[in-house]
Design a protein around this ligand. Structure first.
Ligand SMILES: Nc1ncnc2c1ncn2[C@@H]1O[C@H](COP(=O)(O)OP(=O)(O)OP(=O)(O)O)[C@@H](O)[C@H]1O
Ligand SMILES: [Mg+2]
Length: 235
């Protein structure tokens, strides 16, 4: 589904952050990219969804080269993005946030699909509430549901466990697993929280100084893999 080859990207004046990054994510897989602060996880997510241009390398989506496409064109081709820090619209209601996720993608009816609200019952319950008044975990669920409302083929999530209590981390991980298993959605998640991936993701890739140092590592049991944890996460 996603094929990244020799990707380089960075910020004006900041030099290269990603350099020679290779990663492939098969269709219907749930893959997590793990790495310490500042190693390039967010930069990678932004480069995939087109908020940041690649200076070298290629990004393929479902067999199509999307490297030169603008972010809206990538969204149209099925990339959904849940940014770090969630970035929901706090002054809008829960229902309005979900509608925004729908209408952001041309060709979709504005009505939010019922199955999304069944998947996240808390959002159905709070639909008329201001999104900014939700708890952190509820806001994260809203950010995920908003991205899913655009019916993506590939969902990118940037540290969804950040600032969220452990029980909700488990709930969110379980829901993502369920969506992948039932719909064939492909998920690429950046994380540092092992509880979000161990037992939930299919495989892990480790990012170190802007490149993938290791990929295809089984996610199950990663919490006991002391050598990789100290090497890539300083745990
Ligand atoms: N807007 C920016 N301008 C310049 N440099 C940036 C910018 N954003 C990030 N960087 C730098 O790029 C590098 C990678 O940052 P990035 O945000 O991708 O890391 P990360 O792995 O997502 O970290 P974290 O786990 O803290 O979210 C860091 O050295 C960071 O300082
Ligand atoms: Mg980040």
């Amino acid at each position: 589904m996603l094929e990244i080859r020799q990707l380089a990207a960075g910020y004006p004046g900041g030099g290269r952050v990603l350099d020679g990054l290779d990663l492939s994510v098969p269709e219907g897989a749930f893959v997590a990219v793990l790495g310490r602060n500042g190693m390039g996880k967010t930069t990678l997510m932004r480069a995939i969804c087109g908020l940041l241009r690649a200076s070298e390398g290629t990004i393929g989506l479902g067999g199509e080269d999307i490297t030169g496409l603008a972010s809206y064109a990538r969204a149209q081709r099925g990339i959904g993005y849940v940014p770090q820090g969630r970035e929901i619209f706090g002054d809008f209601t829960v229902a309005e946030n979900l509608t925004i996720g729908r209408i952001a993608k041309p060709g979709l009816s504005p009505a939010v699909p019922r199955h999304l609200l069944e998947l996240f019952p808390i959002l159905a319950e709070r639909s008329r509430q201001r999104a900014g008044s939700l708890s952190g975990g509820q806001q994260q669920q809203l950010a995920i549901a908003r991205a899913l409302a655009g019916e993506p083929r590939l969902l990118l999530l940037d540290e969804p466990a950040e600032g969220i209590q452990p029980s909700i981390v488990q709930e969110i991980a379980q829901k993502l697993r369920e969506i992948v298993d039932t719909t064939g959605l492909t998920v690429l998640m950046a994380e540092q929280n092992l509880a979000m991936v161990d037992g939930w993701a299919d495989s892990l890739a480790f990012v170190d100084h802007g490149a993938i140092a290791e990929s295809g590592v089984a996610a199950a049991g990663i919490r006991q893999d002391q050598s990789r944890l100290s090497k890539y996460l300083s745990i």
